[in-house]
Design a protein around this ligand. Structure first.
Ligand SMILES: [Zn+2]
Length: 104
């Protein structure tokens, strides 16, 4: 049986980290460089890369929030597809996993 208190603490710490990183990226996106056009072009390319990173972070934030909700309602660690328990080793590697290794 997995220790959900420990998982929740780990996920909450990770959520804080991701939230701060997303805020930093948003700050970067909101302050474009006032420079010559060559530097602006580079800045635009950077912004596109940052927007891509932001999507990944947002996706992970959503997964972590969902995992914390499952811990709160007691369904954490149960496969959403077959209803079997997800192996502890899998949850340690992927704390936000919603499916067992067979259904993933
Ligand atoms: Zn399953």
């Amino acid at each position: 049986m997995i220790d959900t208190d420990t998982v929740a603490a780990t996920l909450t710490a990770r959520l804080d980290e991701l939230t701060h990183r997303a805020e930093d990226i948003e700050d970067d996106l909101r302050h474009p460089l006032e420079a010559d056009s060559a530097e602006q072009a580079i800045d635009l390319a950077d912004d596109e890369a940052l927007a891509g990173i932001d999507d990944v972070i947002r996706h992970e934030i959503a997964q972590i929030r969902a995992a914390l909700a499952r811990i709160a309602d007691g369904s954490y660690g149960t496969c959403t597809a077959c209803g079997e328990e997800i192996a502890e080793g899998r949850l340690k590697a992927l704390p936000a996993a919603t499916r067992c290794v067979n259904c993933a």
